[in-house]
Design a protein around this ligand. Structure first.
Ligand SMILES: [Zn+2]
Length: 101
């Protein structure tokens, strides 16, 4: 059992997770706004899952946790960082070149 894990609570599902697996939103001091990942200030954590992000957006959970308005752009930035959906295993052949554009 590893005890070297810092647990943080997701603002949506209220479950504890390893901090490094969660998305972090930080409210910078003196009205400097919000940043993701790094910074000093009040922090809120969110699972990198669509359900938690959508719940946070609908119920303004980040806003409540951080006590400042949270712009849609913050949620959009978080949405870019979601983990791929685990329910559908995508069997992509990593060796084949992806057919982008
Ligand atoms: Zn969660």
């Amino acid at each position: 059992m590893s005890s070297n894990v810092t647990l943080r609570r997701c603002v949506s599902c209220r479950q504890l997770h390893d901090r490094c697996k969660l998305l972090r939103v930080i409210r910078l001091p003196s009205g400097q706004g919000l940043v993701l990942d790094q910074g000093m200030g009040r922090s809120a954590y969110l699972c990198p899952k669509r359900c938690c992000l959508e719940d946070a957006r609908k119920r303004r959970r980040l806003q409540r946790a951080l006590r400042v308005p949270v712009a849609d752009s913050v949620y959009d930035a978080l949405a870019q960082r979601l983990e791929p959906e685990a329910e559908k295993p995508l069997r992509q052949d990593e060796d084949s070149p992806s057919h982008a554009e």
